[in-house]
Design a protein around this ligand. Structure first.
Ligand SMILES: Cc1cc2nc3c(=O)[nH]c(=O)nc-3n(C[C@H](O)[C@H](O)[C@H](O)COP(=O)(O)O)c2cc1C
Length: 437
């Protein structure tokens, strides 16, 4: 089949938003309605999926008054949205280091059943102290150790997902026998971090296994992603870097004997206007309404501290530590953003709204050009789109950019299947308990 662009959209609509804009209602009920509208808009435009990020914490200290309330918890959000949508995928973040693999396996499998096969798991290794503080831990686990925990967690989760082989349910009314017990495999896992007997209490889900998404970009993280991810999220500031990352992942996946390399979908922060002039106006509006104070508080999570600095002065070098055990890729990315072109603290903070990933401001054609350029030059297989949270931007993307991509033969006109695996062109993984030598 011809290669096609995959499009995902950040589903979190509140935390990204410039909430001071007069047309944005920040009430909890408005957030609920916006989540539903957003997922339905993505579905009407045949997006692969909406994605719910999560950090298992409130963010900066609760005394920081600029922090907006978070969106809702992602597992329950995906459950609710699965009943008001039919085709669009729902990718949700679950921590392999802070959430127990038994819960993860069970909840994700259950959601995959409830959504008829539309769930993806964004597997993260939680880096924030504020998250560790919520889980009776001794603090944030050291970076590479987090990946060792994740290795074992994903192994346990997959064993649980595979614990029911095909044909396990016989439901023989006459004999009263419901299960063929020879088809139910008890993982009985005993490892370094987890002891989990299993099995889970439900048959294998429609996708066999929910799709695994991962975003490790450090050396250890990208090895983990190349080994386990079916789709990789990443932040890449320019095409050259993205191409090198793409190649590195493909080489590593091949070295590990994977027959199909993971799909790579960098984040793309966009601002769209019908004309270049309008796009610049939208950018001005985004700049006007973004909250540098909010953003500064958020950066504390990755040990970047500009909280005391003059917003209109240069970024102090002391804002960046030499090393962090939190998020090494973010620290390097933000350091680069602070040095390119000597921005003021306010300008620097505005840049970080897009993380350290790609940004594009332009007309539908210009945005489609960038997507096409990265896609055809093997810098990306698709994108996870982050909109600035201004009213109407996501709708404009779906109404004006998507048709351009379709006209160029880069994006589907309609869904061809019903599951997230169908949209992504991924096979159902074999069940380890059904493989015969
Ligand atoms: C597009 C994208 C989305 C991410 N979403 C989350 C998230 O929701 N929660 C989280 O804890 N980390 C998230 N991350 C961070 C990664 O999961 C990961 O922690 C990070 O890349 C650090 O890993 P590394 O040190 O191996 O690079 C995201 C990263 C990217 C690029």
């Amino acid at each position: 089949m011809t290669r096609e662009v995959h499009l995902l959209a950040f589903g979190n609509t509140r935390s990204a938003g410039p909430w001071r804009h007069p047309d944005i209602d920040s009430s909890t009920d408005a957030v609920r309605r916006r989540l539903i509208d957003h997922a339905r808009t993505a579905e009407a435009a045949t997006f692969d999926a909406v994605f719910f990020a999560d950090g298992l914490n409130f963010g900066p200290p609760a005394t920081w008054p600029y922090k907006t309330t978070e969106d809702f918890e992602p597992f329950t959000t995906a459950g609710a949205l699965s009943s008001v949508t039919e085709r669009v995928g729902l990718v949700l973040t679950g921590s392999a280091t802070l959430q127990h693999p038994y819960h993860l396996a069970r909840q994700l499998s259950s959601l995959d059943h409830l959504s008829a096969g539309r769930i993806g798991w964004n597997l993260v290794t939680s880096f924030a102290q504020a998250a560790a503080d919520n889980f009776s831990t001794d603090g944030v686990v050291e970076h590479d150790e987090r990946y060792r925990i994740a290795e074992e967690a994903i192994d346990v989760v997959k064993k649980l997902w595979d614990s029911w082989a095909a044909g396990a349910i016989v439901a023989d009314r006459e004999s009263g026998i419901f299960h063929d017990v020879s088809k139910i495999h008890v993982p009985d896992h005993h490892g370094t971090y987890f002891d989990v007997k299993g099995p889970i209490g439900a048959a294998r889900s429609p996708q066999g296994q929910p799709v695994i998404f991962q975003a490790g970009s450090s050396d250890t993280g990208s090895l983990f992603a190349a080994r386990h991810a079916e789709v990789i999220f990443t932040g890449q500031g320019n095409r050259g870097r993205a191409q090198r990352f793409y190649q590195r992942i493909h080489d590593e996946a091949a070295r590990q004997g994977r027959p199909v390399a993971p799909l790579i979908t960098p984040s793309l922060w966009y601002l769209v206007g019908s004309t270049e002039e309008e796009a610049r106006r939208v950018e001005q509006t985004a700049y006007e309404y973004f909250s540098p104070e909010y953003q500064a508080g958020w950066l504390l999570e990755v040990d970047v501290d500009v909280t005391g600095a003059d917003l209109d002065g240069p970024v102090p070098a002391s804002a960046f530590p030499d090393h962090t055990e939190t998020h090494q890729t973010a620290l390097a990315g933000y350091r680069a953003l602070a040095t390119e072109g000597n921005p003021t603290v306010r300008e620097f903070l505005f840049r970080t709204v897009a993380g350290w990933g790609a940004q594009v401001v332009g007309t539908p054609e210009q945005i489609a050009d960038q997507i096409e350029d990265w896609f055809t030059s093997r810098a990306a297989d698709g994108f996870v789109l982050k909109d600035p949270g201004l009213p109407g931007q996501f709708e404009t993307f779906t109404e004006q950019v998507v048709p351009v991509l379709r006209k160029r033969g880069l994006f589907r006109h309609e869904y061809r299947g019903t599951t997230l695996r169908d949209h992504l062109g991924l096979d159902v993984p074999p069940n380890r308990n059904e493989i015969t030598a």
